[in-house]
Design a protein around this ligand. Structure first.
Ligand SMILES: [Zn+2]
Length: 254
């Protein structure tokens, strides 16, 4: 007599096995540092199984990590920590207006944010806070410190390194140009560089934040075409702090 073969439970399917495997991978803690990501638990990747295909997808935090790394490399890490919206002084009405505009910009789909005029009024602080907020949202940002980066780029003109380096600034997800035209006089090479960068970003509708000690008229006097691009980009978010701001509150905004 032939013994009856016991019925086995159905073996797990390939899909079940992959599902278990991806779930187990996605629960594993990674060891990436510098940013605590609840999505990938600091592995940098998320396992996925879609339409029968198993693959690793890069987590959105990798962009943030890269940005944080770049901020670290640029030496502005401490600035990003100390220049937040929270500690931006708002004793005066004009300071409240600057903060309000910056916070509206973050929520908007506008391309440009421009703040010019009087030095020592927190322009770099507010722009850094804007960048910090975009980074928190997973956006990638680059700093262009005019008095340093423009000098480096100009020294590389006509080399392949120039194109490569410039491309990183031109195509950055978000670019912060700090203290545009700051230095000992503006040369034709400065104008050419600034126009190439700003015109490219304006045409591609890439988010660009610009701070400068120049007011609108000084910018026009510097170069009409550059001023035109900046005004066009930052229509809704263009702030100019007049020299007498501390005595006389009068903030222009289109
Ligand atoms: Zn992540």
């Amino acid at each position: 007599m032939i013994p009856e073969i016991p019925k086995l439970d159905a073996a797990p399917s390939y899909a079940d096995m992959v599902k278990l495997r991806t779930e187990s991978y996605n629960k594993t803690k990674g060891n990436l540092q510098g940013y605590d990501c609840p999505e990938c638990l600091n592995r940098g990747y998320i396992a996925k199984f879609t339409d029968g295909v198993e693959f690793l997808s890069e987590c959105g935090c990798m962009k943030t990590r890269l940005t944080l790394q770049r901020i670290k490399e640029s030496g502005l890490e401490n600035q990003l920590k100390s220049c937040t919206f929270k500690n931006f002084e708002t004793d005066s009405e004009w300071q409240k207006q600057i903060k309000k505009s910056a916070m509206e910009f973050i929520q908007s789909d506008a391309t440009g944010f421009f703040i010019g005029g009087q030095s020592g009024c927190g322009k770099t602080h507010i722009c850094t806070a804007v960048i910090g907020n975009f980074i928190k949202k997973g956006r990638s940002a680059r700093y262009f410190v005019w008095r340093e980066d423009s000098v480096i780029l100009k020294s590389l003109v006509n080399t392949s390194e120039y194109t490569e380096r410039f491309k990183e600034f031109k195509n950055a997800d978000i670019l912060y140009i700090d203290e545009l035209f700051k230095g000992d006089g503006t040369t034709a090479a400065d104008i050419k560089l600034a126009f190439e960068l700003i015109d490219f970003r304006a045409r591609q509708c890439l988010k660009t934040i610009i701070s400068t000690e120049l007011d609108e008229n000084a910018l026009i006097a510097c170069d009409q075409a550059i001023a035109g691009r900046i005004f066009q980009m930052s229509k809704r978010f263009r702030l100019v702090i007049p020299k007498d701001i501390r005595k006389n509150y009068r903030l222009r905004k289109e």
